[in-house]
Design a protein around this ligand. Structure first.
Ligand code: DAH
Length: 357
């Protein structure tokens, strides 16, 4: 541009200026305005290039051109920012209008979760036992083998120990750990603790919780739930035990439910009983579910074995206790009329919804 005279350059600046004004007024969006600014005043912009060539003029010409270019710049800058502000305001208004909340529009429906049927049945059972005076107590699911078996009077190599197919967990030092196969080891924990606590009596607890066995078919799952009952005092009788279970089953099934005790064996009770409830389906007259017997096996129970008291640091001559254990899944199947235990664990929503009482 060295050959340009100052008047040509000034004309050029004016042409560029009027061209820019047209573009500014034609801009539809704030970003268009910004683009105009860059194309005239940016590093490689038209006006910037003209000004870069000023060094080729003499001082007087530079002064003249400089004055005009300052004017042009001021005018354009103010038009650019005006237009930009105007368009930004309009764009914001349009966006607000579009995003306007419509309070009459239908709401978004979020399906509400429910407790799992097993959890519901467990809670209901806990509530009934609470009314019978048993306070909930808890223990760990990863348990010392010693508490799960030895202190419950399962002798090493005792046949009863094989009755339970056990998940073994990595040892902790010399302690052998298992996933508890029943809630009974919490009896041990409670007896040990009470022994430390000056043998405080009475003990009246229920122990709800998960248990684990290597087992998997239509009536057995590798994980299931039990509730354990334990009452300890100077005296405790099979009569008390029976009254509590009688109360429980009448409330859990229905008022007409009867129970009976059959002699049985558990290492940690003496005497031991298998508890049957009158069949909830045929009311005792005999059907397929109860195999025509009219009775359903629903719990194990008995008086705490003196050996268990002694192993837990008590004097078995001065104390008595009763205990029971029942399986929640089995009770839930009977109560909800569900034939296959595995349904509870497949998480099929249609089943879970239908199983809600
Ligand atoms: N722990 C036993 C089991 O899982 C159930 C049981 C039977 C618990 C008799 C008791 C009891 O407390 O007295 O097979």
């Amino acid at each position: 541009m060295a050959e340009l005279t100052s008047s040509k350059t000034i004309d050029l600046l004016k042409t560029l200026s009027s061209e820019a004004k047209e573009k500014i007024s034609a801009a539809k969006l704030a970003v268009d305005v910004e683009q105009v600014r860059v194309s005239y005043f940016g590093k490689k912009g038209f006006i910037s290039e003209v000004l870069a060539s000023l060094k080729n003029f003499n001082a007087e010409a530079r002064k003249e051109i400089g004055q005009v270019s300052n004017q042009v710049r001021e005018e354009l800058e103010s038009l650019l920012s005006q237009k930009k502000a105007e368009l930004e305001t309009r764009e914001l208004d349009q966006k607000l209008l579009k995003d306007q909340l419509d309070p009459t529009a239908p709401g978004v429906f979020y399906p509400r979760g429910e407790l799992h049927p097993i959890r519901k049945v467990l809670r209901e059972a806990v509530q009934i036992f609470e009314k019978a005076g048993l306070t909930p107590a808890y223990g760990p699911e990863v348990e010392y083998e010693n508490y799960c078996f030895d202190k419950l009077n399962f002798k090493p190599g005792h046949a009863a120990r094989d009755m339970q197919a056990t998940f073994f967990v990595k040892n902790q030092g010399t302690e052998r750990l298992v996933l508890r196969t029943h809630t009974s080891p919490v009896q041990v924990r409670i007896l040990l603790k009470a022994a430390q606590n000056n043998f405080e009596l009475p003990i009246r607890v229920q122990i709800p919780g998960r248990v684990y066995r290597v087992d998997d078919d239509s009536t057995h799952a590798p994980m299931f739930h039990q509730i354990e009952g334990l009452a300890v005092d100077r005296t405790a009788t099979m009569g008390d035990l029976r009254a509590v279970l009688d109360y429980f089953f009448r409330n859990f099934f229905d008022e007409k439910t009867k129970i009976r005790f059959r002699p049985s064996f558990f290492p940690f009770t003496e005497p031991s009983a298998e508890v049957d409830a009158s069949c909830v389906f045929c009311k005792g007259s005999g059907c397929k579910v109860c195999k025509q017997s009219g009775w359903l096996e629903v719990a194990g129970a008995g008086l705490v074995h003196p050996e268990v008291f002694d192993l837990c640091g008590w004097d078995s001559k001065s104390v008595q206790g009763w205990a029971f254990g029942l399986g929640i899944e089995r009770l839930a199947m009977l109560k909800l009329g569900i034939p296959d235990l595995r349904l509870f664990f497949e998480n099929r929503l249609s089943f879970l919804r239908a199983a809600q009482k």
